[in-house]
Design a protein around this ligand. Structure first.
Ligand code: ZN
Length: 309
């Protein structure tokens, strides 16, 4: 049973938008591509897990927790009756090697040692369970989901699950005799309730409104929409068509994500979406989907009361 689903982090969504609207430095771009790749790997893991796991268990994805004044993240957590599995998912692709505690790509770029990261999360999580008085053991696994990954001089460490071991790992989980009780559900809900909302480790470039290219980004590919055809926006690159209201609302969501402190106004969104000539159209869409506050020139739009989550 999935207790907490996975969603893209705000950092990834912001970087995705910035990567289209401004020039990222090489470092920023590589951070963005790593996050994107990591998220794809996690989604592949979710799909694989969902298809193959036939046992009882509670699944929590993407937990950001604090223990011993240290913040740590868990990609996936599986609660069974006697063991909580912490699963760290890596979507590494290509050839890597280890030399002692050093992990590198075959071309010689050192990467963060994922085993040390795993051990750290495991011990912080154990301490957290202990502090809250849960008597259940924790086991951590490092899962390499990409079949194109290979590690030379791999350490003999049963916590690591290589792509060719995934099926056997799943067999092991499926053969466990497990019986989920109220106390397991209580633990799951407790973990969800104490998770942190915002990661302090986000690395975003500096950006300002003026610096960003305006326009509506196509919902099917990563280019700006160029054509409006009656009530539809049409992408010349991929042919994706979208209702004008849906496209503007996506634009509003993106604007809010990038500039959470700025007010939503007709002029602002008209300028942001750029290709929609008529301010009337923008005002109509905003009025139908948001609530108007303030008067005349200083008016702005907020979520309708029933929309507030
Ligand atoms: Zn497109």
């Amino acid at each position: 049973m999935i207790i907490k689903t996975r969603s893209e982090s705000a950092e990834l969504m912001i970087l995705r938008s910035l990567s289209i609207r401004m020039n990222l430095s090489e470092k920023e771009r590589s951070n963005f591509l790593n996050l994107e790749k990591g998220f794809i790997g996690e989604q592949q893991f979710d799909k694989w897990f969902e298809t193959n796991f036939s046992n009882e268990g509670l699944i929590l994805n993407d937990l950001l927790l604090e223990s011993n004044n240290t913040i740590f993240q868990i990609d996936s957590l599986l609660i069974t009756s006697d063991v909580v599995y912490l699963l760290e998912i890596k979507n590494y692709e290509g050839d890597f090697y280890t030399d002692g505690d050093i992990w590198s790509t075959l071309s010689g770029n050192e990467i963060k040692n994922p085993l040390l990261q795993l051990k750290r999360s495991e011990s912080l999580f154990r301490r957290l369970l202990q502090n809250f008085g849960y008597n259940i053991s924790a086991e951590a696994n490092l899962i390499f989901i990409n079949p194109e990954f290979f590690l030379y001089q791999a350490p003999l460490n049963p916590s690591i699950i290589f792509p060719s071991q995934l099926n056997r790992f799943m067999d092991k989980l499926n053969k466990k005799s497990t019986n989920i009780k109220d106390r397991h559900l209580k633990l799951a809900k407790h973990l969800v309730s104490i998770q942190l909302k915002n990661s302090p480790y986000t690395r975003l470039p500096d950006y300002s409104y003026d610096q960003l290219e305006k326009g509506i980004i196509c919902g099917g590919c990563n280019t700006f929409v160029t054509t409006i055809n009656k009530e539809m926006v049409v992408c010349n690159e991929c042919g994706y068509k979208e209702d004008i209201t849906a496209a503007v609302l996506r634009g509003v969501m993106e604007f809010r994500l990038l500039f959470p402190n700025q007010k939503i106004t007709t002029n602002g969104i008209h300028n942001w979406c750029k290709i929609i000539q008529s301010k009337k159209t923008i005002r109509r869409i905003l009025s139908r989907n948001f609530q108007l506050e303030g008067h005349a020139k200083s008016s702005y739009f907020v979520n309708r009361k029933e929309n507030i989550d």
